[in-house]
Design a protein around this ligand. Structure first.
Ligand SMILES: C[S@@+](CC[C@H](N)C(=O)[O-])C[C@H]1O[C@@H](n2cnc3c(N)ncnc32)[C@H](O)[C@@H]1O
Length: 386
């Protein structure tokens, strides 16, 4: 069976956790790099990875990985790829480029030089000129320039995998599910434990935790048109179908992990319940109305075991009505300690210093802080024990 080199993109600051997930799925060593991971696998591994990964936003077949000095080096490296193996004669391709660092050229320059190199490579080896379609190419290529590193890949998974099948209702400031899953990993929660998100919003964290425990492969429920992997000629379609069948038959829908979400907003509770239902998790993830500042008044507290993993994304900023974040976090995290005997906390904050002060003043011992970037935001992921 042929071997493939692949890479996947994830969140800056959490690459080691994403690498651990991919390594577990593929059963091989995985290299963690800036905001991405690299691995090698066979077609079966590749198929299982694209349907199962929870931590990667996109998965690519790697075509080129090299250092460069100028655009000419990039063009030369791309021309060496045998694109005939990768694209059918009836298929179109398109190049999307991303650039990080200081360069005398733009990402558009990269995209057009790569596109030209793809065409010239095909023309010189067989006289065939592949068709370009920048809007919806059959073979979407992705070129990434970071400082002096150049990467070229074929996007196997399409639009970011954080767009999950179950999201039918949103609240303001939803967390990307891929990041929510990485928070669950960071908390060391597993199916035997109890998980509570007291600021659950649309229930992203509880849903990701439950799907993980029940081994539901989140990307197996995407629309096929969204996943380029179904159109690519170098991957046998039977291998994809077999992987889908295997993954679906290993789902543990019978499992009843203890996963709770609460929120003070009736609108959020409604959105959360709709997402829970769309995820097929009714009767598994319990979502209720409760004020995290007085969590001990929530009647569900009586059902919780002594040890609870509290994994949460509390509100932040004036926009969410938080004029005194220190006072709010102090009350919230004191209330969690009063309601739960042995809480373990993983929470994400935009204001690290304020969060650390409030946690310290409400009796928590912080064991790890991670700086994480997503989009243009830089946030802190904090783990603490009471
Ligand atoms: C950043 S959002 C959480 C978003 C969530 N992670 C998601 O992906 O949808 C914060 C949530 O905290 C809720 N919230 C604000 N004050 C609260 C309180 N005192 N008790 C419980 N929830 C509260 C808001 O209603 C909002 O849904």
């Amino acid at each position: 069976m042929s071997r493939f080199r692949i890479f996947g993109t994830t969140f800056w600051g959490l690459e080691d956790l994403a690498a651990a997930e991919v390594s577990q799925l593929l059963g091989t060593d995985v290299e963690a790099d800036v905001a991405k991971v690299f691995a090698e696998c066979d077609a079966r591994g590749l198929a299982e990875l694209v349907f199962s990964t929870r931590s990667l936003n996109r998965v690519f077949l790697q075509l080129v990985r090299t250092r460069f000095e100028g655009l000419d080096d990039i063009e030369r490296a791309v021309r060496e790829v045998d694109f005939q193996q990768l694209m059918g004669r009836d298929q179109s391709f398109g190049v999307e480029a991303e650039r990080h660092g200081t360069h005398p050229f733009t990402s558009m320059d990269v995209a057009s030089r790569v596109g030209r190199a793809v065409i010239e490579s095909c023309l010189s080896s067989s006289g065939w000129r592949p068709r370009v379609d920048l809007k919806s190419p059959d073979v979407p290529m992705y070129a990434l320039v970071r400082d002096d590193e150049f990467l070229l890949g074929i996007n196997l998974t399409g639009p970011s995998l954080h767009k999950r099948f179950y999201r039918v209702a949103d609240v303001r400031s939803t967390l990307p599910p891929t990041l929510a899953f990485l928070m669950v990993m960071f908390s060391d929660w597993n199916e035997n434990g109890c998980l509570l998100d007291p600021f659950c919003g649309s229930a992203t964290i509880p849903i990701e935790a439950a799907l993980y425990a029940m081994r539901v492969p989140p990307n197996a429920y995407r629309r096929r048109e969204e996943m380029p992997v179904f159109r690519l000629k170098f991957i046998e379609q039977e291998v994809l179908e077999e992987a889908l069948a295997r993954l679906r038959s290993s789902e543990r829908r019978w499992l009843r992990p203890r996963v709770y979400g609460t929120d003070v907003s009736p609108r959020a509770v409604d959105a959360a319940r709709r997402n829970v239902a769309a995820a097929g998790l009714e009767g598994v993830v319990r979502v209720e109305l409760a004020d995290a500042l007085n969590l001990e008044r929530w009647e569900g507290v009586a059902e919780l075991p002594e040890r609870v993993h509290v994994v949460t994304d509390p509100p932040f900023g004036i926009r969410m009505g938080l004029s005194d974040p220190y006072g709010f976090y102090l009350r919230a995290f004191s209330s969690v300690r009063r309601a739960i005997r042995e809480p373990r906390l993983v929470a994400i904050f935009s204001k690290q210093a304020i969060a650390l002060r409030a946690l310290g003043d409400s009796g928590w011992n912080v064991s790890e802080v991670r700086r994480v970037k997503y989009g243009h935001l830089e946030v802190a992921l904090i783990r603490a024990e009471a």
